[in-house]
Design a binder for this molecule. Structure first.
Ligand code: T3D
Length: 260
């Protein structure tokens, strides 16, 4: 275990809190491994039905800890660190067939910004800023940023954000469709927790397949997507939660989903 990630399971929600507040929760190797372990648990543990990712202190995440990248120590192989740490994390978030909610409590810079964008529903405190900081140090957006930015906000805005590294406020991020919603700073965690708890009480398999289908649309043709919808609907139609959902509707009561 590591205190670089605080982990707690309540009401089906696995809360993962980036916890290096003195460094605005920048990633070192230890925090990478601990966060990965959190998402691996979310994949494996049936009791986890949603994940809530946030940061401790005044920042969400400032990306890579640049203290570990001092050029005096030699030229690093960043391809290796991307392959070893950032790419596996992105794949774990995207392939998790459970909702991942991100509560961006403060500045999200570099990989920190793009990890927030990889989550399924991202809320941000009104004071939070998103910064594609890579251009300031001669790097290229990673953690899926070059993929997610143009898809979420179009090429013009994606290029301007990435080339200028200008901060984008949470309100504008929401207006542009980069994130779901900007909320008051002092209600962020309450709203994000309520959303995660609601989703964790939902029909987990159906929600997971919905996530998979929407993500697949990024590369599928309409025909491929229609076939995928047929296959997933067949599977969803066999789930216990579908039977419960329909029964509850017919009996005019609230459904009690088991996640199965
Ligand atoms: O390397 C690889 O493996 C490749 C992968 C790369 C992925 C990446 O994420 S590259 C991008 C790395 N991140 C950055 O370039 C962002 C660097 N940080 C900043 O530009 C600013 O800190 C912020 C704009 C995020 C916030 O500014 P501000 O003024 O609110 O806070 P601050 O004073 O700059 O930071 C507060 C403290 O956190 C400060 O420490 P101090 O002086 O109080 O002891 C600062 O040095 C530290 N900190 C912030 N970001 C990082 C960091 N320390 C190490 N690494 C950081 N990324």
């Amino acid at each position: 275990t590591s205190d670089t990630i605080l982990s707690a399971l309540a009401d089906g929600v696995l809360s993962l809190t980036l916890n290096r507040p003195d460094k605005l929760n920048a990633f070192n190797d230890e925090m990478h491994l601990a966060l990965r372990a959190g998402f691996e648990r979310a994949h494996a543990d049936e009791a986890v039905r949603a994940v809530l990712l946030t940061g401790a202190g005044r920042g969400f995440c400032a990306g890579q800890d640049l203290g570990d990248r001092d050029p005096k120590k030699g030229v690093p192989d960043l391809g290796h660190t991307i392959e070893t740490y950032y790419n596996p994390l992105l794949r774990l978030i995207r392939s998790l067939e459970k909702p991942v909610i991100c509560a961006v409590n403060g500045v999200a810079a570099g990989a920190g910004a793009n990890i927030a964008l990889a989550c399924d529903i991202t809320l941000a405190a009104r004071s939070a800023r998103f910064i594609q900081a890579f251009a300031r140090i001669g790097l290229v957006p990673d953690s899926g940023g070059t993929w997610s930015l143009p898809r979420l906000i179009g090429e013009a805005r994606a290029k301007a954000l990435a080339l200028t590294a200008e901060p984008l406020g949470a309100e504008t991020a929401a207006d542009w469709g980069l994130i779901w919603r900007a909320v008051d700073d002092d209600t962020l965690m309450e709203e994000a927790t309520a959303l995660a708890t609601r989703l964790a009480a939902g029909p987990t398999r159906g929600l997971g397949m919905t996530k998979r289908a929407i993500q697949a649309a990024a590369t599928n043709s309409l025909d491929q997507q229609l076939d995928l919808e047929r296959d997933l609907q067949r599977e969803a139609g066999r789930s216990a939660d579908y039977a419960e959902g329909v029964s509850a509707f017919l009996e005019k009561r609230k459904p009690e989903f088991s996640g199965k």
